[in-house]
Design a protein around this ligand. Structure first.
Ligand code: ZN
Length: 290
């Protein structure tokens, strides 16, 4: 039975429509309040999702209460240049192997949290977020989906000034300012999707369409990414992969996010995140220039 998992005020929950069911409550403590613990027992999540009709909802979901469904991933991978039209708008060469970087786990934030921009060169990247469900190493591509617990939405916010200031580029830090990793609103179990390789993904800024593509246009598919990553580093339950962004990012034509901008990111079958961009103190004012 498919499930939709949410982290509501730092308590694990299952979702049905607009209602949520607090997992520790309905399971008498069998499922942890902590999302990182709760997802380790996915059999119970599937089982309780099938019998939600037996329980009273704990409440109606309010956007402000939604936290990152995977709040403390052990590893948080990003994939650059994984859609051909984005490769072209970035004036880059098509990679022959996945181009992987780190979004440090400390940047992970909730689906409706503000994004604090520390310069005037910040940009959005809507992405499908893959959540690993069980530990694995040297995973074959044709078995890779069985290692996926479910899918979510991610925004790979990026400070292009930091990222491209020098050669070689500085992806890890440019994409890891605090708050630069909104995720959510839900973790939707893999068995909810008839074709998890082909999902519509859209990003809007202040209601204006900026990105609109299908995940089937990835250069390296999710199974290929998992197989490649796991040939180098073991994967663990709760690891997350930001799987790359389609074309339509701002920096291709020098248009960056401004204070007060609203970025909305939607993937079919998962939901929508809405993040307000807030201009914080310039990071250049707080470190010594060399
Ligand atoms: Zn990205």
């Amino acid at each position: 039975m498919p499930f939709t998992f949410a982290n509501i005020n730092n308590r694990s929950a299952l979702v049905q429509g607009e209602a949520f069911f607090d997992l520790a409550t309905i399971t008498d403590g069998a499922v942890s309040t902590d999302a990182m613990e709760a997802i380790l027992n996915s059999d119970l999540l599937h089982q309780y999702a099938a019998q939600l009709g037996d329980y009273e909802p704990s409440g109606i979901i309010e956007k402000k209460d939604l936290c990152a469904p995977i709040p403390r991933p052990r590893n948080s991978f990003g994939v650059g240049l994984n859609y051909q039209l984005h490769v072209e708008e970035a004036a880059s060469k098509t990679p022959s192997t996945p181009m992987v970087f780190t979004k440090f786990p400390s940047c992970i934030s909730g689906p409706n949290d503000d994004v604090i921009m520390r310069s005037d060169e910040c940009d959005y990247e809507g992405e499908l977020l893959v959540v690993i469900g069980r530990d694995g190493k040297d995973i074959k591509a044709d078995e890779a989906w069985s290692y996926v617990l479910g899918l979510s939405v991610g925004q790979d916010f990026s400070d292009r000034g930091v990222q491209y200031k020098d050669q070689p580029a500085q992806f890890n830090l440019g994409k890891s300012f605090d708050t630069f990793g909104p995720t959510g609103p839900y973790l939707v179990s893999l068995d909810s999707f008839s074709n998890p390789d082909d999902l519509m993904i859209t990003t809007t800024v202040n209601g204006e369409a900026r990105q609109n593509d299908r995940t089937s246009n990835m250069i390296f598919s999710i199974p290929t990414l998992i197989s490649y990553l796991s040939s180098i580093t073991s994967l663990a339950a709760g690891d997350i992969i930001f799987s790359g962004t389609p074309e339509g990012v701002g920096f291709r034509n020098g248009s960056f996010l401004k204070d007060g901008d609203i970025v909305e990111t939607t993937i079919e079958g998962i939901g929508t995140m809405q993040n307000k961009c807030v201009r914080g103190k310039d990071f250049n004012e707080t470190h010594a220039e060399t």
